[in-house]
Design a binder for this molecule. Structure first.
Ligand code: NAP
Length: 305
């Protein structure tokens, strides 16, 4: 039986791994489909303390992984489909094996939200995407839209101006949710336009690529046929907790419920990072919660071993 299994290899899981490894618990970190978490999909992180010039998201993840490895953390990639309580711990069902552990740190993060409108499924990967950093290059000299009004939408729009001739942010309200600094950068950029009070109602194409969207003005109900070659979605995230149903308490939005010590409703199961954070969702808060979860797991093992 493992002492600690950490589910998720984003910055929360990796920070937990550094702490558990330094406590000589030899943690097993299981990364899911998005190895390295959301930071691997971003560019420069400017607000992680200690990097006055900023640091590339993937580099921050890689450094933390190496740090954990140096102290004895082990890594695997697998898809955990369910977790059940067993005598003395928990059993995780992966694609081709089961893993037993005394404690579990859930840092499975959150995945991009989709619009669920007509045409979205058909044109996924053919003009509809949730990752400008991954796909922006393919839109060189094209006109694209970014849907959303938060920091991600602003960041994606700014990044896309490197390649695209024009970027239009489509936002459902008349005010951005993004931080002031990001709003100012967007407003100063000549290549970015903002369409206020509009939603995307349908994504259209020629069968192979996106050619446009139907925009609906939320105030007047007017529908506009808006030509675009790319649709970048930045409308938030959904916590990755479906495999936890029935094991621990989740809130009405599916987020893992933790107390301020990162304890979940089950003894020996802790949560960290975006899977349990609806409020801050920053790299530094995810790392901080990973640290707390690891220290609590260590304490729990000392009391129960
Ligand atoms: P977010 O802050 O939740 O913003 C999501 C945006 O999408 C909101 O503007 C929301 O509109 C809109 N939206 C949600 N559902 C929609 C729908 N069905 N149709 C149309 N629009 C929809 O998410 P985020 O931008 O991904 O940011 C998540 C967290 O990461 C935040 O805490 C953010 O500060 C942080 N972050 C920080 C940075 C940075 O510091 N550089 C970069 C990226 C992310 P409403 O505004 O009307 O709700």
């Amino acid at each position: 039986m493992e002492k600690v299994v950490i589910l998720g290899s984003g910055i929360a899981g990796l920070t937990a791994a550094v702490y558990c490894a330094r406590a000589e618990l030899s943690p097993l970190v299981i990364g899911g489909p998005q190895e390295g978490g959301q930071l691997t999909l971003t560019t420069k992180v400017e607000n992680f303390p200690g990097f006055p010039e900023g640091i590339q998201g993937p580099q921050l993840v890689q450094h933390t992984r190496e740090q954990a490895q140096k102290f004895g953390a082990r890594f695997a990639t697998d898809s955990i489909t369910s977790v059940k309580e067993i005598s003395g711990g928990y059993e995780l069902t992966a694609s081709e094996r089961t893993i037993q552990t005394q404690t579990l740190i859930i840092a499975s993060g959150a995945s991009a939200r989709w619009l669920n409108v007509k045409g979205e499924e058909q044109y996924k990967g053919k003009g509809v995407t949730t990752c400008a950093t991954c796909d922006g290059f393919f839109y060189k000299d094209k006109e694209v839209i970014v849907v959303g009004g938060g920091d991600s939408a602003c960041e994606e729009a700014l990044f896309l101006t490197k390649f695209c001739t024009k970027v239009t942010i489509i936002h459902r309200r008349d005010q951005l949710r993004a931080s002031v600094i990001m709003q100012e950068r967007v407003k100063k950029n000549d290549k970015i336009d903002i369409r206020w009070n509009n939603i995307v109602d349908q994504i259209k194409g020629d069968g192979k690529h996106v050619t446009g969207v139907d925009l609906v003005d939320v105030n007047t109900g007017e529908v506009e046929d808006f030509a675009t070659q790319g649709v970048f979605l930045a409308i938030g995230h959904i916590p990755n907790t479906s495999f936890l149903k029935g094991l621990v308490d989740l809130n009405d939005k599916g987020y893992l419920i933790t107390d301020r010590f990162m304890h979940t409703s089950k003894k020996g199961v802790f949560g960290a990072g975006d899977v349990q954070d609806l409020v801050y969702r920053q790299a530094i808060t995810a790392a901080g919660s990973g640290c707390k979860a690891a220290m609590e797991a260590e304490k729990y093992l000392a009391e129960h071993d």
